[in-house]
Ligand binder design. Structure first.
Ligand code: SAM
Length: 358
């Protein structure tokens, strides 16, 4: 996207830019959950230090007269047992500051659909951000019908990007569930910004938000998208209800005409001659009985890859590596991912003659 990478952590990237840049970030980033804009960084030992420093920030320049704000946080400080206490201290500092300047308290509460302040406090380092996304960016706005164990939209986009598929050749998603992988793949291949589907962001509620430059940016980014695909996208699931839901979600996302849907067992999914990627996200199973049944499913995935997907690259996204071994295939790559707190892997298999385990 052209932004400099100043530092990279396990779950974040630090860059630099203006508040205006956060509009483009929110619209176009596919894998990020939120774009946080740093207001102040300081050292705070105790909740009172925190209160004092936060009340020095000129919140009256950020939160409009009729504004509403909420506070989220990530806190790990020895003086705080319950992170909610840090939130309350932060909220009080903002409210008291605005009351002093305007003579009136702003509204606050847990809803994240307007101004969101994010507090990061680890050890003595305290950083105060505006969460310019508000609701997490995984909530694209197209998944009206979530089904069993859906994958977050940002995670599905990250999985597709990790396969390297950008629209050439086919992308096949058996076990498509609510269709997230297929929908994100279509958005990627068309170069459509995922944020165009959403109408509300945190930055829209900040004082000084310029609606007309936001509309201009949206129009410009919308115009950059393609309206044709080189390859094909096929999505199937054994559940009729899942496929109906996936179709509706794809229609809401405006990509239904680019995806061929079908109801069938994964092993019956049509795989056109040629090349591309096949991505499966089977259940991982939690209870013993489930795991026994899933062993057969994972073995079946190995057979499906071997028999029907010659020339393709196969992928299994799973949180259970023991089950993954049941495919009986040698992995070429194992890419680590976190699905919420669950450590997962995207396993890659080359599906050409000779790649199989003897
Ligand atoms: C973990 S969910 C996939 C979630 C999906 N990635 C999403 O974002 O919604 C697994 C899916 O596999 C489907 N499934 C289970 N066994 C199947 C089989 N034998 N053939 C095809 N689909 C199957 C289930 O109906 C379910 O939708």
């Amino acid at each position: 996207m052209g932004f400099p990478v100043l530092s990279e952590g396990k779950a974040e990237i630090e860059t630099e830019g203006t508040m205006e840049d956060t509009l483009r970030l929110n619209l176009t980033i596919r894998t990020g959950q939120r774009a946080l804009f740093l207001l102040e960084s300081f050292s705070a030992k105790t909740p009172d230090d925190l209160y004092k420093r936060i009340s020095q920030i000129d919140w009256e320049e950020t939160i409009p007269e009729d504004g509403y704000f909420s506070v989220t946080s990530s806190v790990n400080n020895p003086t705080i047992k319950d992170s909610r206490f840090a939130n309350v201290k932060c909220k009080d500092a903002v409210v008291d500051r605005i009351k002093e300047k305007r003579g009136r308290r702003p509204d606050t509460g847990p809803q994240r659909d307007r101004v969101v302040i994010h507090l990061y406090w680890r050890g003595y380092l305290c950083q105060v951000f505006l969460d310019t996304s508000g609701e997490p960016l995984s909530r694209r706005g197209y998944r009206m019908i979530p089904l069993k164990a859906p994958m977050q939209e940002t995670l599905a986009a990250a999985v597709v990007l990790a396969t390297g598929w950008t629209g050439n050749g086919n992308l096949i998603s058996p076990m498509c569930g609510s269709g997230t992988i297929a929908i994100e793949a279509a958005l990627i291949a068309l170069g459509r910004a995922p944020g165009l589907l959403r109408s509300n962001y945190g930055f829209m509620h900040l004082k000084g938000f310029d609606e007309s430059s936001w509309k201009t940016l949206r129009r410009k980014i919308r115009a950059e998208a393609k309206d044709r695909l080189n390859g094909g996208i096929i999505a199937t699931d054994i559940s009729q209800q899942a496929v109906e839901g996936a179709k509706k979600n794809a229609a809401t996302a405006g990509v239904d005409r680019f995806i061929e849907f079908g109801v069938c067992d994964f092993s019956e999914t049509p795989v056109p001659q040629g090349e591309g990627v096949v991505i499966l996200n089977p259940e991982y199973g939690e209870r013993m009985g489930e795991i026994e049944k899933l062993k057969e499913t994972y073995k079946g995935i190995g057979d499906f890859f071997k028999k029907k997907c010659n020339g393709y690259t196969g992928y299994v996204f799973t949180g259970n590596l023991d089950l993954a071994k049941k495919t009986g295939l040698r992995t070429k790559r194992r890419i680590p991912f976190y699905n919420g707190p669950i450590e997962c892997r995207l396993l890659e298999y080359d599906l050409y003659e000779g790649s199989r385990k003897r």
